[in-house]
Design a binder for this molecule. Structure first.
Ligand SMILES: [Zn+2]
Ligand SMILES: [Zn+2]
Length: 271
């Protein structure tokens, strides 16, 4: 698997001097495997990924990509109307997520909120509801999932390919006591765990309980318990600039777990 972050920010895009290093675009991940293009979520980072794909067969309307949608908060869908491959006839876009994916994408492109409606886009779209499909197999890629603990719900995905595995666990809040058992099981022995670290433990304790997000500390606990090799702290809060992330998120996480990293927009790695 070849993985690239196109957006690692949570909640809202945050352009500006203080976010240059880790990036201001919201959630979007590219995974390439078996010559296939997978995309996890369509936050504002999706616009840039779409432009990259337009350098390839998508410009000629011969592209195919598979989306996996965790949930539908704005920061995870707002890039979709700006995804250029949508506007080229012949491109095929396949969607996996809850049964509401199509409805939500159509609503986002209501004429009152965006000038081109979903139906007016010339690309073709295929929808697969995963509720009754515990395992999704596409060529050499296997995708399994568990529910996230988040307002209005969502999914945590596990991507497995050629003996390597990646967990995408964003927009999820740790339980009050212990650990999310489903997530612990899903993450067991994973190569990379991407985890929601929106808040510091101090911030979380100051009125953010129930908001559907977690902390770097809970990420470290989970990474250790599940025996994952690397932990990527993700979904950076809109108030956390680069310096804050390194000092208040990465540094304490590293002290407890040597293989902790901050997810960074533009970071590409092989698994
Ligand atoms: Zn989010
Ligand atoms: Zn969310």
């Amino acid at each position: 698997m070849r993985i690239k972050y196109y957006g690692a920010r949570g909640s809202l895009p945050t352009p500006g001097k203080s976010t240059v290093k880790y990036g201001g675009n919201t959630t979007c991940l590219s995974i390439q495997a078996d010559q296939r293009q997978y995309i996890v979520d369509g936050g504002s980072g999706l616009r840039v990924l779409g432009n990259d794909l337009m350098l390839k067969e998508f410009r000629q309307g011969k592209g195919e990509t598979v989306f996996f949608w965790t949930h539908f908060h704005w920061d995870h869908i707002m890039g979709f109307p700006f995804f250029m491959p949508n506007f080229i006839a012949g491109n095929k876009i396949i969607h996996y997520g809850s049964s509401r994916v199509r409805d939500i994408l159509v609503r986002q492109q209501d004429f009152a909120t965006f000038p081109v409606t979903f139906e007016q886009m010339p690309s073709t779209h295929e929808f697969h509801a995963i509720e009754k499909q515990p395992v999704i197999a596409l060529d050499g890629m296997t995708v399994t999932y568990c529910p996230s603990n988040h307002p209005a719900g969502g999914y945590i995905f596990k991507f497995s390919h050629q003996g390597r595995s990646l967990i995408f666990a964003t927009d999820t809040e740790h339980p009050e006591a212990g650990m999310d058992k489903d997530l612990l099981q899903l993450s067991s022995g994973a190569d990379v765990l991407i985890y929601d670290a929106q808040y510091t433990p101090e911030e979380y304790g100051q009125g953010r309980k129930g908001w559907g997000h977690s902390t770097w500390e809970k990420g470290v606990e989970l990474a250790r318990a599940a025996g994952v090799k690397r932990l990527h702290l993700f979904h950076h809060d809109q108030l956390h600039g680069d310096a804050f992330l390194e000092k208040k998120v990465l540094a304490p996480a590293r002290r407890m777990f040597g293989h902790a990293f901050l997810a960074r927009e533009g970071w590409e790695f092989q698994l």
